[in-house]
Structure formats: C-alpha cells, structure tokens
Ligand binder design. Sequence first.
Ligand code: ADP
Ligand code: MG
Ligand code: MG
Length: 349
Amino acid sequence: DSYISGNNNLLQTLIGHSSGSGSGIPLLVQRTIAKQIRIERQIGEGRFGKVCLANWRGEHVAVKIFTTINDQSWLRETEIYQTVLLRHDNILGFIAADLKVSAGGAQMMLITEYHKRGSLHDFLKENTIDTAQLVVMARSIASGIAHLHEPINGTHGKPCIAHRDIKSRNILVKTDGECCIADFALAVRYDSRRNEIDIAPNSRVGTRRYMAPEVVNDTIDVTSFSAFKAADMYSASLVFWELCRRSRQNWPVGGSPMLQADEYMLPYANLVGSDPSLEDMHLVLIIQGARPDIPMRWKCDNRLRVISELIQECWHQNANVRLPALRVMKTLRKLEDSETLENIGIHHV
Ligand code: ADP
Ligand code: MG
Ligand code: MG
C-alpha cells in the first residue's frame, strides 16, 4: 500500500510472520500483554473502535481497541507512539500495542496511561475552571503541541510531527490539572534533514468543525511541512477558546461582582449543526470569514486578555502569520510564572 510506507516491517514485528496464503493477512500471534489485560469497562467510543479502562499488572491502563484490520489507524498510531523521544508530560503516555485473537476475530489494541478525568471536552462540559487553571491547561496543550512540532536534532533525534486532529475530544485532562495530547492516527512525521514526509498525506483529514480554512478549501500546500503545523495551531486556537469560555471571572452582574463563566459550547455551534459538512464549514470560514465570539469581558482580565490575543493570532486566515506552538507556549509559561510569583508576594519590576 503506497499510502503508508514502511509499516509492513512494523506489522511483521507486531503480529508475526505472514501466513503465506497470498491473502495478505498475516498469521496472527497473540502476545502476552493482550492476555494479561483485564477489561473493566468502556470509557470512550470512536469511529473505528472503543476505549476501555483495563487492569494490567494491578495498574489501571486505557486500552483502545480497533476492530478492523483493514483500517490503518492502529498501525499508524502505534508507529507514531514509537517515534524516538516522543515521550513528554503533555503527550499521552504509550505503554504497548498488541493483538488479541478470539473466536470473534482479531482485535488490535493500543495500551496507554489512563486519565480518569477523561477528555477535555467532557471535562469542560461538567466543570468550570479558574483563570490560573486556564493558563496551566492552555500552556500544557501548547507544550504538548510544541513537543510534537519541534524537531530534536542529534544522532537519535526526533522528527517534526503534525497531529492533524487537534480538538478537545483528543486532549485528556490529567489529575495534576495539566493536559496531554492523544489520538495520533492522522499524524504525519517530517524528517527535516532528508526533507521527507513519512506518508503521502491526504490533505483533507481531521474533524471538519476544527479544520483550518486552508484545509477546508484544500489550498493547503502539502509540500511544505510548516503548513501542517499552522493548521494544527488553528485547531488549537479553537480549543483555547473552549477553555476561556469555561473560566470563571469576576464580573459585575447588576452592580456587584460575581464569578461568571460561559456555558460550554463547541466552536461554531451557533453557526453550524452537530455534524457540519465541508460545505457548511466553507460557508462559515471562507465566505463569511467568521470566527467564534470573543466576549468583551475577556479583555478585562489579564490572563484572559493574553490568551484571547494568542487565540486571534492562531486562527488568522493567513496560515503564514499564525504563531508557532513554541511561541504560544513561551508566552503562556511567562504568564504562568509571573502570576505564580505574584501569588507568593513577589512583584517583578
Ligand atoms: P478515537 O480515535 O476513536 O477518537 P481517542 O483516542 O480519541 O479515540 O479516544 C476516544 C475517547 O476515549 C476520548 O475522547 C476520551 O474520552 C477517551 N479516552 C481515550 N484515551 C483515554 C485515556 N488514556 N484515559 C482516559 N480516557 C481516554
Ligand atoms: Mg479521537
Ligand atoms: Mg482517532
């Protein structure tokens, strides 16, 4: 299959030797991890399978189960998680990939660390946050994306990676209040020294609601890897906007200050339906040039004001002027540090 290059070796390593039947379906060998996993309950549902809470050697883990071998996403996600130096506090921790063969057929599994607070989307629906938590969450998301996007050059370096499906459902909330990036089935890697992308990228992938305008109208220049990073930053800006809406702010209601947050809302929920088509997004993003509303009140709080400025720079129509993740992360880190100093009574002059 020319769409994904170099994954046959991985398939062989993971599931054993080819059956030689000519069917192209390898002989499935059940490995030990899959046998040791005890599934407890389902915690998530996706297009190609489900995510379960499981017990492995006495510890809670999350198991993503893919149900069709024809789908490349298990292979692709496993391949991305095995990228050298991918590990980071703000990237979902990978444990193993394995197969389970049962009477019903084969199951491909991806085993990762379990985060009991679940996805950022589900978290924000149920919870509001204070502005200090807002900065921590936004900075941690920017850190995760910056780690993906930036190369690490060295003898065993890390390639640049673009996620291509950044959204609040693909971000998990950790117990320490930071977030981590998950769901790498659509990611692409770029070797800057060889100037090579590791798969032939299909240009219009991802979740339509979060697609950058240049992805929606298919004008993205796929020959330049920075275009994929800029598209991720657009999607990230919508996630930051979701976070800002749920942050509590002192705001005068009828004369007296009250802690206020907006209702949870998906980006563009006021302009498109629950499953927008590319045509719907084209109308909103290209014809109308619309973006989610930035309420006046955000300008009256230092943290919300800084983040709304970053948001507007990241959802710019012109992909070339959007801020890189590293820049966003540094700005948010400064905001986080300065406010921390203030809390302990130190004022920087
Ligand atoms: P899909 O590719 O099907 O979208 P995801 O990896 O995005 O699968 O996971 C789907 C959902 O399952 C997430 O939105 C989240 O609610 C839940 N989930 C996934 N991984 C974990 C995890 N490690 N810990 C807790 N919940 C998870
Ligand atoms: Mg997902
Ligand atoms: Mg997915």
